[in-house]
Ligand binder design. Sequence first.
Ligand code: E4P
Length: 223
Amino acid sequence: MIQKFSMKFFIDTANLAQIKEANELGILDGVTTNPSLMAKEGIKGEAAIINHYKAICELVDGDISAEVIATDFAGIVEEGKKLAAIHKNIVVKVPMIKDGIKAIKYFSDAGIRTNCTLVFSAGQAILAAKAGASYVSPFIGRIDDSGWDGVQLIEQIVHIFSIQGFKTEVLAASIRFPNHIIRCAEAGAHVCTCPLDSILGLLKHPLTDIGLAKFLEDAKKTQ
Ligand code: E4P
């Protein structure tokens, strides 16, 4: 089945300078963060976390995934509501656990968008989609790390969502290198969230550099 959409590019970082650099390329559609990425930037405490999300939302006009820390239904709902109140573009990132699924259904009914994270199987993706998740995030790099093929899982979930008519978008996460992005595009991922290096890696080809050097050399003869 041919689907008509173009794969969205999100950047997978909480680093403001990298978000700004990717945004200035003009190809950025959103941002994903997680507690590890926030900790890496030294963001600590509720006020600092909220301010950091505000700063990201000011930089990028697109969906910004903000992850809850709570793992029980009441806690996820309370935290998710606070995050969603920061900005209209915030998507509440909820872990793939039983209470997470309940919370995704709650948020979906309340009109709050969600990204179901830590997805490693098609079954998990189906459950999240059924609960009304806006996005599911299969972690393809971590699947590859454990000796399986992460992109195959993207293909499988995209196929299932397409034949079942789920509106949930497949957000390929845990990208490790540029070829992951290309393979996710081939597999029909709706979104790819990538480290800045992997996005910039798409620019590179030695023949481009050699060709440009030759053109610039020859251009001198025309001046
Ligand atoms: C993004 O939504 C995920 O949290 C992230 O891509 C995980 O990436 P990692 O496997 O490199 O930590």
